[in-house]
Design a protein. Structure first.
Length: 198
């Protein structure tokens, strides 16, 4: 079986004999050139669309560090704390939306004990989604996993630039304790609600 990997850190997926795409590759051409049966995306910043989605429908898998349908798009760990939404990881199919494809597997987050920051929780989520993928990948590749539509709900997908103003207010950037991020998010939401009621 041939797999094309779209990732800045493909070694973390432990897929032997996979073909690794470069960020500037034409993904469809690269997939066809290597005879890919599957495409696996992890941390890939480009949106996949058009002929690639048609040609590989149901065979493009994404690893996402959120408990879908919550926190689609960029920076899901940040938004889960800022907006106080469920935290977790998901392995899902890619469709024409942003992180809207059917779910193959998902788990609620398990964070390491001790002080938690945006940086430490991000690393915990990465380790968890990688472990989940390694467990379920053989069954996915063999066609033994039935994709499940995402439950309704969840906020709209986020773009990377949306967190800038909020993130700049954090006292220690990625090393800010998540309790501080949660408190700042609550204050911002309360202020926003008050502004809209005026």
């Amino acid at each position: 079986m041939s797999v094309l990997v779209l990732s800045p850190y493909p070694e973390r997926l432990a897929l032997p004999d996979a073909t690794i795409a470069d960020e500037d590759d034409d993904v469809l051409a690269r997939a066809e050139a290597c005879g890919a049966d599957w495409i696996v995306s992890y941390g890939w910043r480009r949106i996949l669309k058009g002929a690639l989605l048609e040609r590989y429908a149901g065979r493009i898998v994404n690893l996402h560090i959120s408990y879908l349908p919550h926190n689609r798009g960029a920076d899901p760990n940040f938004w889960s704390w800022w907006e106080d939404t469920p935290k977790g990881v998901s392995v899902h199919l890619i469709d024409e939306g942003v992180d809207t494809g059917a779910i193959l597997a998902r788990e609620e987050a398990r964070f390491s004990p001790g002080p938690r920051t945006l940086a430490t929780t991000y690393e915990d989520l990465r380790a968890q989604v990688e472990a989940l993928f390694k467990r379920v990948w053989p069954d996915i590749a063999a066609g033994r996993v039935r994709p499940q539509p995402q439950p309704p709900g969840g906020p709209r997908p986020r773009r990377a630039a949306e967190k800038t103003a909020f993130f700049e207010a954090l006292p220690a950037g990625w090393d800010t304790p998540v309790e501080t991020v949660e408190a700042m998010g609550r204050t911002w939401r309360a202020d926003e609600q008050e502004r809209t009621m005026r």
